[in-house]
Design a protein around this ligand. Structure first.
Ligand code: GLN
Length: 469
């Protein structure tokens, strides 16, 4: 029997190469675990029937001594990424019967690297949420405590890695949707620099904010997947090459803490305590830790909840019942739209479309969207300036550990507050990683390291040192 809880991509690759087990046996073990436990957790919307066939293909390549970075590695994919000939719903009823005609770039790269795609994971509808409770298909539970949420919007992917349903997973992060569920589920979650990973084939939420990234058990495994995914892509004109951001300073093992932000109201005492322990650990690893002042960072959440809905309302205009998915007949074509979108979209999606349309509407555009863009510039500049002094900004990933299922569904504002520490990195486009930092009782907590544009290399160094890899 393969011990899945200890397995990493690195150790699995070694074992596969040495024929300690086959990809077929590995996938079989995962499928058994899923069958036994996913009825309670609901991490997967679909487990692919041909997973074992994919494993057999991988075994053939292994027998031929092919050495690809993810050869034979079972991975789970958030259901907003296009995988050829598979259903893709983005957690929405409006796409319930939509099949993807293509592989998105990230998926193509995973396949080329030999990964086995084991299934598609549950998510908040169109990636709008922090708990996966906005999925049209059901709630994903936290593997550490099924009365609690797994986080969101990539809750299914985070839970799948934490529950040993896959060795790694992909998620998307517009305002924290990889890092926040990673923290809630005790795994590593990483959002690369904006433009490092192609968004082609990712169902868009906020196009200036969205990035694809991995969930893994170790920082080393995250680095492996990132190296597979990154790169310029002709299908996404915002993608950038490695050399785009030469280092502005030499790596000096310095960490900045925005004290006021970290000590703000609404942050759990257990989170603060865990954070101080993490700070001390970094100190004992030879890092210099100092306080930094970030005046504008506290406006990040307000800025995010204007820019994101504005972009979402535009992106979601394409779901009109004509081009994609669900279609409902009314008496006129306008009625068709109303009925299709009224039935196909859930509450949170409709709320954000209305918000986004409002902030973009004539007379309000400058006041809301224009102001948000100006603040975005200030937040970005301030952060980038700080990275001339320190290598990293360190904060908790989330203000609380995983909350109870149903606890915040009636109060969208309190749900939005769960993103307080994660949204600044999306606004500034900088890379950011959540690393498990221990438990509060039986619930995992995470710390978040953020670095300058293009400095994922430094995040991997510090992350590995922190976890003792
Ligand atoms: N929780 C945030 C939101 O609801 C982040 C979503 C995301 O990153 N996709 O917008």
């Amino acid at each position: 029997m393969i011990n899945l809880s200890r397995l990493t991509i690195k150790s699995a690759r070694e074992a596969l190469k040495k024929n300690e087990f086959s990809a077929h046996e590995l996938v079989e073990t995962y499928l058994e675990t899923i069958k036994e436990k996913d009825v309670d957790l609901f991490a997967f919307l679909e487990v692919f029937e041909d997973a074992l066939e994919q494993a057999d293909e991988a075994d053939k390549k292994i027998a031929n001594r092919e050495d690809l970075p993810l050869l034979g590695i079972p991975m789970a994919i958030k259901d907003n990424m296009l995988i050829k000939d598979r259903r893709v719903t983005a957690g929405s009823k409006i796409l319930e019967n939509f099949f993807s005609p293509i592989d998105g770039t990230a998926i193509k790269k995973l396949k080329d690297a030999g990964a086995i795609i084991i299934g598609r994971t549950n998510m908040d509808e169109f990636a709008m949420g922090s708990s996966t409770e906005n999925s049209a298909y059901g709630v994903t539970k936290n593997p550490y405590d099924p009365s609690r949420v797994a986080g969101g919007s990539s809750g299914g992917s985070a839970a799948a890695v934490a529950a040993n349903f896959a060795l790694a997973a992909l998620g998307s992060d517009t305002g924290g949707s990889i890092r926040q569920p990673a923290a809630f589920c005790g795994v590593v979650g990483f959002k690369p620099t904006y433009g490092r990973v192609s968004r082609s084939g990712l169902i868009a939420l906020g196009s200036s904010l969205d990035q694809i990234g991995p969930f893994t058990k170790t920082v080393g495994d995250t680095e492996t997947i990132y190296n597979v995914l990154k790169g310029k892509d002709i299908l996404d004109s915002t993608t950038i090459a490695d050399e785009t951001f030469p280092p502005k300073k030499k790596f000096s093992k310095t960490i900045g803490i925005p004290r006021e932000f970290v000590n703000a109201r609404g942050i759990d005492e257990s989170v603060k305590k865990n954070f101080e322990e993490a700070v001390n650990k970094f100190k004992s690893l030879g890092y210099e830790v100092r306080d930094v002042e970030l005046k504008y960072i506290k406006y990040s959440l307000a800025v995010y909840y204007i820019i994101m809905p504005a972009e979402a309302s535009s992106n979601l205009a394409r779901f009109d019942g004509v081009k994609y998915g669900l279609h409902k007949d009314g008496k006129t074509s306008i009625e068709d739209y109303f009925q299709t979108r009224g039935e196909g979209f859930g509450r949170e999606t409709r709320r954000r479309i209305i918000l986004g349309t409002y902030v973009l509407s004539s007379g309000y555009y400058d006041e809301y969207y224009g102001s948000a863009l100006s603040l975005k510039k200030l937040i970005t500049k301030e952060l980038r300036d700080v990275f001339e002094e320190v290598d990293f900004i360190l904060t908790p990933t989330t203000p609380t550990p995983a909350f109870k299922v149903g606890e915040k569904t009636k109060d969208p504002l309190s749900m939005y507050l769960a993103d307080i520490f994660t949204v600044p990195a999306n606004i500034a486009g900088v890379p950011s990683i959540s690393i498990p930092s221990g438990l509060d009782g039986n619930l995992p907590l995470g710390i978040e390291l953020t670095a300058d544009l293009g400095r994922e290399d430094n995040l991997f160094i510090a992350g590995k040192e922190f976890l003792g890899e």
